[in-house]
Design a protein around this ligand. Structure first.
Ligand SMILES: [Zn+2]
Length: 295
């Protein structure tokens, strides 16, 4: 069986994939459209994104299932198709990855912040449980609970994924830099607090995704390493902070070369798995992969 931890033993640093959302938008995904429905209606486009990252040199690819929890799919009236859409997402990435690469099932936040009790903990747990189970059925090697900001929701998702599949779970949070120069999630969680809580909940790999370009990810990894010297760290950095151009288009400023130039420092800070988030493309992943091979 393929496992992230054993792959890290064979290969010191692993290359992960880049953005899915912005890549699907380039292929015609419209604002307000459900990305996960494309696993059924636009299978070939989803496959092309997955394959483009394998071709670019990624050791790991994710799945088009970020918003695939039943709670999220309910926004599109699709919660009753959660099992089918997650299984399809996993099957598409599995086919693109073949036997030689790892597939991580993406599980994003539900948007329901537990404290407001808009939805019960049990309902959210059952939703993550079903999502993880369906992703495993479709062929993923591990799960990736990502873009989290609240410790309670992240730990719930990790436990649901572990109990439903027994597979390794990666967990990454999204941090922003405060005016005081500290890194915090929207819910006020620091990288160090995240690291303690999610490893205790059973995450095998921890880290950060989205929200920041590669420079700030170096700071975040350093902070995690002050409290956790051993758990492997995954970083999915954005291609910089998005800027809105005069014509209204959103652009990500960091080129593949700019990101690749920071790879040695990111590895030195303690990162073990490096890929991209919003705005990164197969060209970014190819540049990161080449930089990793040179280090
Ligand atoms: Zn992102």
């Amino acid at each position: 069986m393929r496992s992230i931890l054993s792959s890290l033993k064979n290969k010191k640093i692993l290359v992960s994939d880049g953005a899915w959302g912005t890549q699907l938008q380039q292929r015609g995904l419209q604002p307000g459209e459900c990305p996960e429905l494309w696993n059924s209606t636009h299978r070939r486009d989803v496959f092309a994104v997955a394959k483009s990252y394998i071709d670019a040199g990624a050791d790991i690819i994710l799945t088009n299932s970020f918003g695939g929890s039943p709670h999220k799919l309910a926004h599109y009236g699709l919660s009753d198709r959660a099992a089918e859409l997650n299984e399809a997402a996993a099957a598409i990435s599995r086919e693109a990855a073949g036997d030689g690469h790892l597939v991580l099932g993406s599980m994003g936040p539900t948007g329901a912040i537990l404290m407001t009790e808009e939805v019960s903990e049990q309902t959210l747990f059952d939703g993550f449980f079903l999502q993880a189970k369906s992703l495993k059925k479709g062929g993923v090697d591990a799960l990736c609970v990502e873009t989290m900001s609240a410790i309670d929701e992240a730990c719930l998702a990790i436990r649901a994924a572990r109990e439903s599949t027994g597979l390794e779970v990666v967990c990454t949070f999204t941090f922003d830099k405060t005016a005081a120069g500290e890194y915090r999630t929207m819910m006020g969680v620091s990288p160090a607090a995240m690291a303690r809580a999610v490893t205790e909940a059973g995450a095998a790999v921890i880290g950060a995704n989205c929200g920041n370009g590669i420079d700030r990810m170096i700071d975040i990894v350093r902070e995690i390493r002050t409290v956790d010297g051993t758990t492997p760290i995954l970083v999915h950095a954005n291609a910089g902070k998005p800027v809105v151009r005069e014509d209204g288009a959103t652009v990500f400023p960091e080129t593949p070369e700019m990101m690749a130039a920071r790879v040695p420092d990111l590895i030195k800070s303690g990162a073990d798995i490096i890929g991209g988030c919003c705005g990164t493309t197969p060209a970014h992943i190819r540049a990161l992969a080449n930089a990793i091979r040179r280090t």
